[in-house]
Design a protein around this ligand. Structure first.
Ligand SMILES: [Cu+2]
Length: 627
């Protein structure tokens, strides 16, 4: 695969730079640098990279700058071309209000769930609660002949709003989706109406698969009853080393779920301090996976809010824990600048940039208008925090101020050039047209590029020229050819490589986001680098991922896309399964498990009784909170 030497995101993005500069007195080499990008023209409630050069924005039914091509309603989805800065409307007819997304192994984006239908107005939309939507970039067309014959098109939403037999089994608002090690998608939880927070009346404590086995299957998930009410958009991630286990976090609790057999695994992890899921939203991410320590993992959770109150200070710590601990375990905490609703994005060097969010309050639309407007969150956090988990205790560095508040409905993603794309913030519904009455926080259409300090290091930067096999199988070694600035002297021990999946980003939940450090060896002049793919799909699910080659911590100019595939017909053979983690299958562990299931059921009952009294009616996200 040849890579066009003239193509460079860096070049395209540099066109927009003069419009904004970082506050004076800040050194990019230590604090990073912020640059303005183009306008998104659509509120960036959800964001997903559908190819290495295209970002897809998905909003809900509301007023935006851009109109739909049909001229009937405002646009609610747009494609942003990173090489030109063009934003083009992508027609979306259903209401994607707080929906979810994940990729199938073949690179097809599946997007499901959302809000209710809206009639008539310029914001009109079909119902989204059970809708299934499919999208493929024309740069990466993967629709089968059968699908093409059925009318599926690339660069277009293929929507199934009320197609009998092709809908979600259950209504889902604020559900989570994650790519599974077998190439399918797991869909969990949510609510069956538009609510400010979850409640027994609307809770959807169940899961389903896409695609299901012939018919869509759906099954109960009691953990989502026991973790009411702050458990919308739960965190879900496949467990490295145990492909049949999913790591699930909601509110204050972590659990392991055997998705192959539909049963809970024993967990010895105590609850974390303070609630951390929507609307008291934290940033949640796995520690970078590394072949050198056999993919040991920590679950890292930063910020959130211990109280559902617009004036309550955000949580000022991160907690991390080994989810596979086999004895009663507490979280280890370290301090950060307090933040609720942050976005956590991996850098290719394995550090994590946390940005966006507020320092008081929780997630949700403001209530009221004009002078009496009540914000759900305030005091925006505009300085990213760089987290280095390789240090003990983890090192946190506060970076340059972005100058733009980004709170509810903000997003971030790593770009192939090692910078971070940041967009969104929509704490009031709709686009504020009449500037004389606009409140202090509005729908934010300006995007920004954050260049972290590591890109300012005086280290030679390679360029990927070609890859011998862009569609390797698990365990394969591929050879990447690199070009270097003239006269570069190479020390072959300084090479590293990482594979990153950015996933689907919404509400601080970066669904399916994954980082894997890969084994790498280089020839003496650094022009041929051999990279070993991960051993199995429990480490990273099959699909399209970005491959970065790094030299002394400096990533190549542009990552290349790798389609990691499972060669076998039965994809479940690409990961280990069926075994409990060590000691978890013991008699004692099974007793612990029985107790945990019992505890969960009891907690669920208590929640259902108390919350049913509190929540007397169903509240719109916009409406008045019962608390
Ligand atoms: Cu929302």
């Amino acid at each position: 695969m040849k890579i066009d030497p003239f193509f460079s995101l860096g070049v395209a993005l540099s066109f927009c730079r003069p419009a904004f500069s970082a506050p004076s007195g800040q050194s990019p080499a230590t604090l990073g640098r912020w640059d303005l990008g183009w306008n998104t023209e659509i509120a960036a409630m959800h964001m997903v990279m559908v190819s290495p050069t295209e970002i897809l924005f998905i909003d809900k039914a509301e007023k935006n700058l851009l109109w739909d091509d049909t001229g009937k309603h405002y646009a609610r989805s747009g494609r942003y071309d990173l090489t030109t800065g063009n934003v083009s409307e992508v027609t979306l007819n259903s209401n994607t209000f707080c929906s979810a997304g994940a990729f199938l192994a073949d690179g097809t984006l599946i997007e499901t769930g959302g809000g209710k239908s809206i009639n008539g107005s310029t914001e009109g939309a079909g119902g989204g609660f059970q809708t299934i939507r499919m999208y493929n970039s024309c740069k990466n067309p993967q629709f089968s002949t059968e699908e093409q014959e059925a009318g599926f098109k690339c660069d277009t939403w293929n929507e199934f709003i009320s197609e009998p037999g092709f809908q979600l089994q259950n209504m889902r608002w604020y559900n989570t989706m994650t790519s599974l090690p077998d190439g399918r998608i797991f869909i969990l939880g949510g609510a069956n109406d538009s609510v400010a927070f979850n409640a027994p009346k609307v809770n959807q404590p169940s899961y389903e698969f896409y695609p299901g086995n012939n018919t869509f299957s759906s099954a109960p998930f009691p953990f989502l009853e026991a973790t009411l009410p702050y458990n919308l958009y739960p965190f879900v991630s496949p467990m490295p080393g145990y492909g049949h286990l999913l790591l699930v976090f909601a509110n204050t609790q972590m659990m392991l779920w055997d998705w192959v057999n539909g049963r809970q695994a024993p967990s010895f992890v105590n609850p974390i301090k303070g609630s951390r899921s929507y609307p008291t939203t934290a940033g949640i991410i796995l520690s970078p996976l590394d072949y050198a320590n056999n993919y040991q993992v920590q679950l890292l959770i930063c910020g959130g809010n211990a109280m559902y109150s617009p004036t309550s200070p955000a949580i000022g710590n991160c907690g991390y824990v080994n989810p596979l601990s086999t004895k009663k375990t507490d979280w280890t905490y370290f301090n950060i600048k307090p933040v609720v609703m942050p976005d956590m994005t991996y850098l290719p060097d394995g550090t994590i940039v946390m940005l966006n969010g507020a320092s008081i309050g929780y997630a949700g639309y403001a209530r009221g208008q004009g002078k009496t407007i009540q914000w759900r969150a305030d005091n925006p956090v505009q300085t990213p925090q760089l987290i280095d988990l390789s240090k003990t205790p983890p090192k946190v560095t506060v970076l340059a101020d972005s100058g733009i508040p980004r709170m509810y409905h903000s997003v971030s993603t790593l770009l192939p050039n090692g910078t971070i794309f940041v967009a969104g913030s929509n704490p009031i519904q709709n686009w504020c047209e009449d500037k004389s009455i606009c409140p202090k926080y509005q729908t934010e259409y300006r995007s920004q590029i954050f260049t972290p300090p590591y890109l300012f290091a005086q280290t030679p930067r390679s360029k990927i020229v070609s890859v011998d096999n862009p569609k390797p199988n698990y365990g394969n070694t591929i050879v990447v050819t690199l070009a270097w600035p003239k006269g570069t002297k190479i020390n072959t021990s300084l090479f590293t490589a990482s594979m990153i999946h950015n996933g689907f980003v919404t509400h601080s939940n970066h669904m399916s986001q994954r980082y894997v450090k890969l084994r790498v060896t280089a020839n003496s002049d650094g022009t041929k680098v051999s990279v070993q793919m991960p051993p199995g799909s429990d480490v990273i699910s099959p699909g399209n991922h970005l491959l970065f080659i790094l030299y002394n911590g400096m990533p190549c100019q542009l990552a290349t896309e790798i389609s990691l595939t499972c060669p076998r017909r039965n994809r479940s053979t690409c990961f280990k399964q069926g075994q409990w983690p060590p000691n978890m299958g013991s008699k004692q562990a099974q007793q612990v498990l029985a107790q945990q299931v019992n505890d969960l059921q009891q907690q669920a009952q208590v929640h259902v009784q108390t919350l049913a009294k509190v929540v007397t009616s169903i509240h719109e996200d916009m409406g008045v909170s019962p608390i």
